[in-house]
Write a protein that binds this ligand. Structure first.
Ligand SMILES: [Zn+2]
Ligand SMILES: [Zn+2]
Length: 181
């Protein structure tokens, strides 16, 4: 593990959320999809299952995406803005068999607020560690999904949506074509 467990989980969840508004159309179209997202990323705490909650989470996507496109000074501004807006107050908490980790807003804060603040806290960790280059855009042509590279040697180039496989197939075909000519 490169970063604290909660940092890595928050970054993965933030990227997954951003990518629900990606190349493959809207993958967060309804409350059921949000329920699935909530379960997949092992969120706990307040969860309303309402259109209002869904709307707030969907609205967060372009704001989080900006972090991936911004340069470091702007990232700092975005992170500080999110923490200030939601009055983040870090506290060490243990719950649900999770070891001590940071919560910066109460567990009954709205889901979108918690996702935003967790993402901001996690990106703050990257800033402090000098590791912002781990936030990248997928290198596959015409894919603009975001990537969190948590590999040890910073080798991750493609998003979770199958672009790694697509790139391997493209390279294989190119090699075969080259071999025939
Ligand atoms: Zn927690
Ligand atoms: Zn991709």
């Amino acid at each position: 593990m490169l970063f604290a467990h909660d940092t890595e989980c928050s970054l993965i969840a933030a990227a997954a959320l951003v990518n629900t508004a990606g190349r493959d159309g809207d993958l967060l179209p309804d409350v059921a999809a949000l329920d699935a997202f909530f379960a997949r990323h092992a969120y706990t705490g307040r969860h309303e299952h309402t259109e209002a909650e869904l709307h707030a989470v969907r609205e967060l996507r372009p704001r989080l995406r900006r972090i991936w496109h911004a340069d470091p000074p702007e990232i700092v501004t975005l992170v500080n803005g999110l923490l200030l807006e939601h009055r983040a107050l870090p506290q060490l908490i243990e719950h649900d068999d999770e070891p001590y980790h940071l919560h910066a807003v109460p567990r009954d804060a709205p889901l979108a607020t918690r996702i935003a603040v967790e993402a901001a806290m996690a990106v703050a960790d990257l800033v402090r560690a000098g590791e912002l280059r781990r936030l990248r855009i997928c290198e596959f042509p015409d894919c603009d999904n975001v990537v969190v590279d948590l590999s040890r040697n910073r080798s991750r180039r493609f998003c979770e949506a199958g672009c790694g496989n697509r790139a391997a197939v493209t390279a294989y075909r190119a090699r075969r074509a080259a071999g025939r000519s």
